[in-house]
Ligand binder design. Structure first.
Ligand SMILES: NC(=O)c1ccc[n+]([C@@H]2O[C@H](COP(=O)([O-])OP(=O)(O)OC[C@H]3O[C@@H](n4cnc5c(N)ncnc54)[C@H](OP(=O)(O)O)[C@@H]3O)[C@@H](O)[C@H]2O)c1
Length: 309
């Protein structure tokens, strides 16, 4: 794939791979998809384009010790063949980081990925140790390093700034995944102006759209979204309920796409991280980036549809 200015151009090889990848998904117009560059949005700080659907790898990484790396490698290949690049990881321990690194580096995939990692430590020594370990084992300077859940922010944030100054992180930021941390996130955003934030948001968890998201737009901060499906809880809510027919008006063909279309129709969102261990689900999620998106009136109707379930 060739990134050029604000557009992503497809090489002939990418085009053929993508055509083959998408014809496996019944409801996607494969001809349309194959001919389009994968939808991307700019990172405000630099204008670099980021594909709008990414992979949350928590579950896939946790399965590595028991199941080996084949499943995770297949997911990463599916992400790249489908036009995505963003993968969000979470360091656990040296053994899992080693397996994660093996999967990331298979077939040289890591160089095509936008690798988002996290520091999840208390204390300067533990933080630096985790950063050094992931840098060594993942085989790449992280594109983005985030302080997970604002944990030990006072210590870890200055370390991330040092790392960025030393060229060991292209972008830096922090994450939250619960509404009760949105106030703290906004204080951090106003005070530190990070390059990126990561926040929970979906058609069923809409708090961020009246708080964190408008502030990110005002301050020019890129936004990754987590919990698009409430870590699976959303699917329990819609189980056995038919998708409304009006959803096809914005090219939505499943409940997964219903939440993703809602999230992506917010202009402050840069990329949604969807967590899955299933390549078919990942293709379905990636496919949401194409086609139409709901307008303000339809977004209201979508919220109502979910609220009353
Ligand atoms: N504090 C933090 O920094 C933080 C906290 C939470 C999450 N995150 C990040 O955000 C990512 C995603 O959030 P999340 O963990 O809350 O998960 P999520 O994406 O909201 O939900 C994952 C669940 O949805 C299912 N799923 C995914 N696509 C599907 C589809 N098309 N159809 C049916 N089921 C589907 C998955 O099952 P299958 O495996 O069967 O597809 C899984 O059970 C995480 O991986 C992580 O990178 C960060």
């Amino acid at each position: 794939m060739i990134r050029k200015g604000r557009r992503t151009l497809l090489s002939r090889r990418d085009f053929l791979i993508r055509t083959a990848a998408w014809t496996a998904v019944p409801f996607l117009p494969a001809s349309t998809v194959a001919q389009s560059a994968y939808p991307a949005r700019p990172i405000p700080k630099t204008g670099e384009q980021l594909p709008i659907i990414g992979l949350g790898s928590t579950k896939a990484v946790l399965q590595l010790a028991e199941r080996g790396t084949a499943g995770f490698k297949l997911l990463l290949r599916t992400l790249l063949d489908g036009g995505g690049t963003v993968v969000d990881t979470w360091s656990r321990n040296a053994a899992l980081d080693k397996l994660t690194g093996e999967a990331l580096q298979a077939d040289g995939m890591v160089k095509d990925l936008f690798l988002a990692t996290k520091v999840d430590a208390v204390g300067a020594e533990a933080g630096r140790e985790m950063l050094e370990r992931t840098r060594r084992l993942y085989g790449k300077t992280s594109d983005l390093i985030q302080v997970i859940s604002l944990r030990d922010l006072k210590t870890q944030w200055p370390i991330l700034k040092e790392w960025q100054d030393a060229g060991k992180a292209r972008y830096i930021g922090a994450t939250v995944s619960s509404d009760r941390h949105h106030e703290a996130m906004m204080r951090f955003m106003r005070g530190e102006r990070p390059d990126f934030i990561q926040v929970n948001y979906s058609v069923a968890e809409t708090h961020a759209e009246s708080s964190v998201l408008p502030l990110a737009a005002d301050l020019g901060i890129a936004v990754l979204i987590n919990r698009p499906f409430m870590n699976g809880g959303y699917f329990s809510r819609v189980r056995d309920i038919a998708l409304p027919e009006w959803a096809t008006a914005f090219d939505c063909h499943s409940w997964a796409q219903f939440s993703l279309k809602y999230i992506l129709s917010h202009p402050a969102v840069t990329c949604v991280l969807t967590e899955t261990t299933n390549p078919k689900h990942l293709r379905e999620n990636l496919g949401t980036a194409y086609g139409r998106f709901p307008d303000a009136k339809t977004r209201r109707r979508m919220r109502e549809e979910i609220q009353f379930m």
